[in-house]
Ligand binder design. Sequence first.
Ligand SMILES: Nc1nc2c(c(=O)[nH]1)N[C@H]1C(S)=C(S)[C@@H](COP(=O)(O)OP(=O)(O)OC[C@H]3O[C@@H](n4cnc5c(=O)[nH]c(N)nc54)[C@H](O)[C@@H]3O)O[C@H]1N2
Ligand SMILES: Nc1nc2c(c(=O)[nH]1)N[C@H]1C(S)=C(S)[C@@H](COP(=O)(O)OP(=O)(O)OC[C@H]3O[C@@H](n4cnc5c(=O)[nH]c(N)nc54)[C@H](O)[C@@H]3O)O[C@H]1N2
Ligand SMILES: [Mo]
Length: 695
Amino acid sequence: MTETILAAVPSDGLVRAACPHDCPDTCALLVTVKDGVAVSVRGDPDHPTTHGALCAKVSRYTERTYHPDRLLQPLKRTGPKGNGQFTPVSWDEALDDIAARLKTIAARDPQAILPYSYGGTLGFVQGESMAARFFHKLGASLLDRTICSTAGEAGLNAVIGGKLGMDVEQFEHSKLILIWGSNSITSNLHFWTYAQRAKRQGAKLVCIDPWRNDTAEKCHEHVQLRPGTDAALAYALMHELITHDWLDHDYIEQYTVGFAALRERALQWPPERAAAVCGVPVEQIRQLARDYGTLSPAAIRMNYGLQRVRGGANAVRAIACLPSLVGAWRHDAGGLLMSSSNHFKADGAALERPDLLAGRKPRTLNMVTLGDDLLRSSSPAFGPKIEALIVYNSNPMAVAPEGNKVREGFARDDLFTVVLEHFQTDTADYADYVLPATTQLEHLDVHKSYGHRYWLANNAAVAPLGQAKPNTEIFRLLAARMGFADPCFAENDEQIAAQTIAADVRNGDIAWARLKTEGWAKLPGATAPFARGGFPTPSGRCEFWSQRELDAGRDPLPEVILPYESEETAPELAARYPLAMISPPARNFLNSTFVNVDSLRQLEGEPALLIHPDDAARRGLADGQMVRTFNDRGAALSRARISTRTRPGQIVGLGLWWRKLSPDGQNVNALTHQRLTDLGAGPCFYDCLVEVAPA
Ligand SMILES: Nc1nc2c(c(=O)[nH]1)N[C@H]1C(S)=C(S)[C@@H](COP(=O)(O)OP(=O)(O)OC[C@H]3O[C@@H](n4cnc5c(=O)[nH]c(N)nc54)[C@H](O)[C@@H]3O)O[C@H]1N2
Ligand SMILES: Nc1nc2c(c(=O)[nH]1)N[C@H]1C(S)=C(S)[C@@H](COP(=O)(O)OP(=O)(O)OC[C@H]3O[C@@H](n4cnc5c(=O)[nH]c(N)nc54)[C@H](O)[C@@H]3O)O[C@H]1N2
Ligand SMILES: [Mo]
């Protein structure tokens, strides 16, 4: 770096920042500021995984921050819920009224108040710090934040003991890379750089995905399996590794438990059986096993796409067994990466202060079942009816499953809703008060990553726009009005940031004071975490067979669990709704964020639905025609794209459109259901039967 990096909120200069979005890449940013305005955001060329490149979305971050629709003052609803009529009010008026309402409800039972938040920012400061303290002190219902990754997490925990794995920077040295349940070019672009380098050095790339996404197009091989059948595929691979003796017996002996039992189960899964379940050619499974058993180092980039189905956690469990069988973990460039989260240690207790509950044990509600829960009355089993909802860092009206129920819940006249937002989202339209929040360019934060091993600092580049305030400040002001006097409510963002990075061997000597000037710092620790075992499981080994699972009354081995909604498991439903729908992200959106940035929405055009030519012909659909996708839960309009990139019997509805920017005020979540995964209580977005007809 030759340019001087200035401290927070300069009028001119270059500011070190971090991308806040819910993406494994967590890029290091450099923000150029002129006359107090952020004029450009670019990737830090010196940060190894960012290497100076940003995705199309975040390179337009200034377009989002200075968008003419930014919310710049508190708003109070004046029309019916959902129709977007609001009037500006002062901060004092809004906060006084909100505090009064919350006090009244809390006097009856604070559990009738529910926070709802997720991945708008992954920063520790603007995420669950002051907000969590506020809700803990209040004694509000707790929220189980399950909407993305908890099934996969449970699967990894069972086998390898945590969200740990390969260093992404090592993938360029791999000889075989399985990209499993991940559209890297869309959702993990900076990993793709390493995969391409490996490819240039002769590595073989295989994509395992129900549709030929942009990543599959560029891999050597595409295993186009039916959604929710990954565990069967993994078992067939194990079958072949075992019968051909492509095993690392020494690694298995020293560092694993339960091989004999796993072997017995795997031998029940010859490739022919898996081929029928997965809907892929048997020869392709055999070849994949041969590659995995003979090319070394072999690496798996597994991601969250495969765990959004009923058997999602067990699929992750089955796949997580593979690297130990072949001893791939011995190599820096071998093993598996799903999430690097647990390589880091954040001080959750200091940030969130669960001690403020002071012995109270509020109920916990799962964010996936928001639709049902908003419609429940008080009962001994459920507890009090939800009377107030405080939403921040999330857009549940677009992202939560079974959207019609979510809407019905939000529309309740007896529900008091506050939404902290940058924009007037679908969710904000249902708020009683909308409070304007700052963006990443206007506030301070500290970030870890779930795809690499660097801590990052985000310095504020510019002053808050209009009357916008950071989430922390909004909860600080509310806390004062509620009469919460604990000293932690007076801490500023700088103090919170300084508490985030726990004093822990995992973080080495990384501390906030240096991080904020240097921008990023890599964790210490071995590149290959399990080269000599050391799995953080109860046995200290890779647990093919899990005593914990057995004790919990479940299968001690990874189990093949087919989707809730499939021909085999729900034949009557499949007769009416024969098409399996998956709804992964569109490349130019980040969940529902960026849908309102015109230049990005223009790149996506309209909600698109990929349908196989055979299925289109059977329904008399033409390419480019508006179609209606429907099931018993709802319907949504989209533009048909007839394509062999999807399988017969399977459609791909790219997400996640704002409802009000879609043709019919709906999106893919009109169709999805609220049932939970096998472990981890996650959502089953990609486990969903539908039918399609001309609109
Ligand atoms: N551009 C962009 N980037 C993003 C996001 C975004 O919305 N847009 N979202 C971010 C977030 S929050 C997350 S969690 C990650 C998500 O990114 P990933 O973890 O990669 O997950 P998905 O994008 O949900 O799905 C990835 C792939 O899995 C496939 N898939 C679906 N069902 C199955 C299955 O049963 N088996 C297998 N093998 N594959 C399946 C999908 O078709 C898709 O191509 O990306 C982050 N990055
Ligand atoms: N059908 C289907 N549904 C899905 C998925 C899918 O693949 N298919 N993906 C799921 C996944 S993986 C995830 S992670 C969830 C994501 O669900 P959410 O976490 O709700 O993600 P976003 O839609 O990006 O909404 C985040 C909102 O937070 C706001 N925000 C950002 N920063 C701040 C801030 O600093 N302060 C405040 N107050 N607000 C802020 C943004 O403006 C945005 O409106 O969606 C899930 N839903
Ligand atoms: Mo996610």
